[in-house]
Ligand binder design. Sequence first.
Ligand code: GLU
Length: 339
Amino acid sequence: MSKPRLHILALGGTIATRPDASGAMQMGLGADDLVAAVPLLGRLAEVEAETVSRVGSHSLSFDQIHALAAKIRSLKADGILVTQGTDTLEETGFLLDLMLDLDIPVIVTAAMRNPALTSPDGPGNLLAAVRVACDPWVRAHAKALGVMAVMLDEVYAAADVLKVHPTRLDAFASPQTGPLAALVEDRIVPMSLPVRDAIEAARTRIGKASGGAAQPVALLWMGLDEPGRLIEAMLAASDRLGYRGAVLAAMGGGHIPERMADSAVRLAAAMPTVVSPRAGGGPMLRQTYAGPSSEIALRKAGLIWGGRLNPLKARVLLETCLRAGLARDTIAEVFDAFG
Ligand code: GLU
């Protein structure tokens, strides 16, 4: 049987760093270097490696990921692997998932420990990602699995995975749903298939969206006694600041401090404003609490309910909806499907 043809696209990140003269790690390695570090890859797959960029994922843009999605759509391969930094993997992976509708595995992987350390995880993660991409169960269910992230011998849905620690090796998890599969010995052990109805519905409305211009979305984290002055500044200088939408990372089941409720309601009248749980993921409440900044009041006043989406994922989805030119009510329907 012929080996699967995999295309590796390298964006940068810790997995692609090397030390400079001072010993500090700089972006520098390309896709060929990453492949050369794992000689076993050639036994599993026909690998084509391409360096797309050499940047830290903290500096990637929505535009770059849209261009990447277009490139992926144009490739003839049995599977796609993207290597990048870990910092925004939970966002870029979700955006790719919204943009791509392929029946081949698309996997994002990265490294927490750089190549100069004694036990870098990049080569192992790349090998694991290749094994996942070649696995018969994964290939048979590629469409149902959506874009995946492979880190530390676990396979996650890009739509659910979160970076939950800044430095530890086990920095990734899907707290709401758990992993899709695990790697053990030479096996991929399937564990679950994701529920993707809301993503599919969103994708149908969004289309390919890559033609649209960037739509800045503010992410405002609600903390104890937050006065809401940034929202007032956004309302006062909306042309200068240029934000087209906002995500409020709200407390608990969807609450914000009462003192800023009026500002939030006026913001929602000025631009699509999504409420998403700062606790990391939903679902949120819809009809439990009374009061001017409760979920009942905020929903009635026109704030869009982010459902189970974590604030970072909600921001990605809102930018994508705005870029696609969706109207506020359609955006609300897209989010509503997320519970
Ligand atoms: N901040 C860099 C990035 O996201 C390095 C972090 C990493 O790759 O783990 O690319």
